[in-house]
Design a protein around this ligand. Structure first.
Ligand code: SF4
Length: 335
C-alpha cells in the first residue's frame, strides 16, 4: 500500500524577527497576522489528525513562515512540548522547521533533537556574496556553510531554500547558488522567484525604478534548468513558486514579479518540452509513456507540448506507467 505524506503546517510569521530582508513582508506572504499560541497547537494538530488515517500515512508537523530558532528559547520549547506527545504516540513522525542560517548553533540543535525535530530548512536565498548582501539578509554565505555543516553533522535532514531574481541576480548566479546548495549536502530545496510586495524595501526600490523584477518567462527558464540540476543530484524540490494565494489574486499588495498560480506546471511543461523535442520516431500516432505524476506536465500547460507534437504527428496520447522513474519516458507502438 502506498504511504501518503502529510505536513501539518503551523505558520509562525515574523515573530520577533529583527531583520528586514528586502523582499519580506511576512504578513502578506503567509496571509496570517498572528502566530498561534503554544496552547492552541494541540487543537490544530487534532483537527488535522481527525482527517488523516495515521495508520497508512506519514505525518509530519512543519513550523514555517518565520525563523523558528530566532524566537526566545522558552517559547520554542513551549511549542515543541505541545507536539511531543504526538511524536511519542507515533501519530506524528517528525517536525520540520525553517529558520535563518545565523540562528543555528549546537545548543539550538540539541534542543531541537530532544523534541523530535527531524528536518531543518534554512533560507539561504543566494550563495552569491553580493546578491545576498543586497538582499539585506544580514547574514553571510559563510553563515550558510557553517550552519549546513552543523545540521548535517547532527543528523538532521538539511533543506536549503533559494530565491531567483533578487537584486543583481542573474541566471548564472542562481545556477551557482543551486550548485552550492547541492555541494552543501541539502536533501531538499524550495525555489522561490522573487515577488515584489508592497510595504517591503524591494517594493520601494521597484517604485523608485532602481529594481526591475525578473519576468515570468525568465523565471520559468531559470527554474527549469535549476530543477534539472537538483534532480540529477537527487535533491528533492519541495516547492517552486508560492502557493496560489487569494492574497495575491485579489489584493494589490503584489506590485510585480513572476507570480502565476500555475507556475510549477509552466516550469514542468518546459522541462518536458526539452525532453520531447528530439523524439527519434517516425510513428504517426504517437503514444508517450511517462510516470503517472508527469502526465499533465508532459502534455503541457494548456496542452502546449501536445499541440507542438501535433504539428508533426497525426495523434498524440500520453499515458502513465508506474514502472517509470520521474523523468523517464518511452514511445510505445500503436498496437
Ligand atoms: S525573510 Fe528576513 S525579514 Fe522576513 S522573517 Fe525571515 S529573516 Fe525576518
Amino acid at each position: 500500500m502506498k504511504v501518503r505524506h502529510y505536513n501539518i503546517p503551523i505558520f509562525i510569521p515574523e515573530l520577533a524577527c529583527p531583520h528586514q530582508c528586502v523582499f519580506c513582508n511576512q504578513e502578506k506572504i503567509s496571509g496570517t497576522d498572528e502566530a498561534p499560541k503554544p496552547e492552541e497547537i494541540s487543537g490544530i494538530i487534532d483537527t488535522w489528525l481527525s482527517t488523516i488515517d495515521t495508520e497508512i500515512s506519514h505525518v509530519e508537523l512543519a513550523f514555517f513562515g518565520g525563523s523558528f530558532t530566532g524566537i526566545p528559547v522558552n517559547l520554542q520549547e513551549e511549542y515543541l512540548k505541545e507536539v511531543l506527545p504526538y511524536i511519542e504516540s507515533g501519530e506524528i513522525k517528525g517536525i520540520r522547521l525553517s529558520t535563518r542560517p545565523d540562528y543555528i548553533n549546537q545548543d539550538i540543535l540539541d534542543l531541537l533533537k530532544k523534541y523530535g525535530v527531524t528536518s531543518i530548512e534554512l533560507g539561504a536565498q543566494s550563495l552569491d556574496k553580493f546578491v545576498l548582501k543586497m538582499a539585506g539578509r544580514g547574514h553571510s554565505t559563510e553563515d550558510v556553510k557553517i550552519a549546513a555543516k552543523l545540521i548535517n553533522e547532527n543528523g538532521f535532514e538539511l533543506g536549503l531554500q533559494m530565491m531567483l531574481g533578487l537584486p543583481f541576480d542573474t541566471k548564472e548566479k542562481s545556477i551557482y547558488t543551486a550548485k552550492k546548495i547541492i555541494e552543501l549536502g541539502a536533501k531538499t530545496t524550495r525555489i522561490y522567484p522573487t515577488l515584489v510586495i508592497d510595504g517591503t524595501a524591494l517594493g520601494k526600490q521597484y517604485k523608485e525604478g532602481t529594481y526591475k523584477a525578473i519576468c515570468l518567462e525568465d523565471a520559468i527558464d531559470w527554474t527549469k534548468d535549476i530543477i534539472m540540476l537538483f534532480e540529477d543530484a537527487k535533491v528533492t524540490v519541495l516547492r517552486t513558486g508560492l502557493h496560489p494565494s487569494e492574497e495575491f489574486e485579489d489584493d494589490k499588495s503584489l506590485l510585480a514579479g513572476p507570480y502565476h498560480p500555475s507556475f510549477k506546471e509552466m516550469v514542468m511543461t518546459e522541462v518536458w518540452k526539452d525532453k520531447l523535442s528530439n523524439l527519434m520516431t517516425d510513428e504517426n500516432d504517437l503514444r508517450i509513456f511517462v510516470n503517472p505524476s508527469q502526465v499533465n506536465f508532459a502534455v503541457g500547460y494548456k496542452a502546449k507540448n501536445k499541440t507542438e507534437l501535433l504539428k508533426t504527428h497525426n495523434s498524440v496520447k500520453v499515458f502513465g506507467d508506474d514502472n517509470l522513474d520521474k523523468f523517464d519516458f518511452y514511445v510505445g507502438d500503436n498496437r
